[in-house]
Design a protein around this ligand. Structure first.
Ligand SMILES: Cc1ncc(COP(=O)(O)O)c(C=O)c1O
Length: 392
């Protein structure tokens, strides 16, 4: 008996689903060097253009000089240092919640929050298009796990009728592969009616959404009572790395006691927390970044519609172009790359079968001229490739 890995890899290749890691040889930003090739990139999640910001870099440098580079231990041993604590307080203030708890990654924040809150005998209900980390968390929790139809409060309500034990409803704020946003007011109503809790992972909403970058809850004006468990990640619009859960005193103390992905891991480097404190300050104060991003999103959508591209229902920086066939999506991505443009093809299992897409992301660091170049490249590639055979 042996693991037949070669056959599994060959099968993945044959289905056009094989994944490669492009090698980034420059800092993150619109103009990058990938595998030795200069490219104009529309695929990172650095929505506000802070990942390579001089002030954030300087804060990191000063933090490393003052605090060293390693966390050194878990938070509960001796790894919880003053910059981590200051960042938690700043994030609590930013989200308007009594407390926030810093995690090393968003994946771990989601695993930690869900598994600490529900277990055997409880119920976890998730949007079927939730991020993989939320789905994995639901499965790992041991609670009864069920997925409702995408963004469909009626479908959720049906599942709530059969829920037992403590019930946690879990949704992305901005759906990472579609760019649409959760109908949070409706979900919050259903949750309240059944005494369930609503947990929102707003990884892609903090920064771009809300008048002050406060994400989907600010966008809809929702309170802690509506959304008791609020998750944000720091590797996207914040431009650094890590994540947080914000909520009540009891929630945060419970996570410190029971969230295994919080307890059993080394704290993030304190210098990283120093950098994030600076990026949080920029995210809150530099409104022009959100305004510029909005202008680019309108420009892109208008231009793409003129070319006849199939866009999705999104006003966020995530602007996927629906393709369908995985091979066709990969081919288009390659053709764009030959023209100096980098747009990632997203294929199953990341998205449902038959819904491969080009995931365009826009950032405040892009210029209108760069978006124009993207539109021109897309028009050329779609024209050259011609219609899909089945539609021809
Ligand atoms: C919606 C969502 N949640 C969580 C994560 C995971 O966050 P992290 O990259 O910090 O692990 C991601 C992507 O990375 C995401 O898109």
């Amino acid at each position: 008996m042996s693991f037949d890995l070669a056959a599994r890899l060959a099968a993945r290749r044959a289905e056009n689903l094989y994944r490669h890691r492009p090698l980034l040889e420059s800092p993150q930003g619109p103009e990058v060097v990938v595998d030795g090739q200069p490219l104009l990139a529309f695929c990172n999640n650095d929505y506000l253009g802070l990942a390579n910001h001089p002030q954030v870099i300087e804060a990191w440098r000063a933090g490393a000089t003052r605090w060293g580079v390693g966390g050194g231990a878990s938070h509960l041993v001796i790894g919880h240092s003053s910059p981590h604590h200051a960042l938690e307080e700043a994030l609590a203030d930013f989200t308007g919640r009594p407390r926030a708890l810093l995690f090393t990654t968003g994946y771990m924040a989601n695993l930690g929050a869900v598994t600490a809150l529900v277990g055997q005998g409880d119920t976890v209900l998730e949007d079927r298009l939730n991020h993989a980390s939320l789905l994995d968390a639901g499965l790992l929790s041991g609670a009864r796990f069920n997925r409702y139809l995408h963004n469909d409060a009626a479908s959720l309500a049906k599942r709530l009728e059969k829920a037992t034990g403590n019930t946690l409803i879990v949704t992305d704020g901005v759906f990472s592969m579609d760019g649409d946003i959760a109908d949070l007011p409706a979900l919050a109503r259903e949750a309240k009616a059944k005494g369930a809790w609503l947990m929102v992972d707003d990884a892609h909403g903090f920064g771009p959404l809300g008048a002050h970058g406060g994400g989907i809850v600010e966008h809809f004006g929702l309170s802690q009572e509506d959304v008791p468990v609020l998750v944000g990640t720091l590797g996207k619009a914040f431009g650094t790395a890590g994540a947080f859960v914000a909520g009540s005193e009891e929630l945060i103390e419970s996570l410190i006691q029971f969230a295994r992905p919080y307890i059993y891991t080394t704290s993030q480097p304190p210098a990283l927390a120093c950098a994030t404190l600076k990026s949080l300050e920029l995210l809150r104060s530099e409104h022009w970044r959100r305004e510029h991003l909005k202008t680019l999103i309108c420009q892109f959508r208008h231009g793409a519609e003129q070319i006849g591209l199939e866009l999705m229902d999104s006003f966020t920086p995530i602007q996927p172009i629906m393709i369908g066939d995985a091979g066709r999506a990969v081919r288009l991505s390659q053709m764009l790359r030959e023209r100096g443009l980098m747009v990632t093809a997203i294929r199953p299992p990341t998205v449902p079968a038959g819904s491969a897409r080009l995931r365009v992301t826009l950032t405040a660091a892009h210029s209108e001229a760069q978006v124009q170049l993207l539109l021109k490249g897309l028009a050329d590639c779609f024209q050259q490739l011609g219609p899909e055979p089945s539609h021809a």
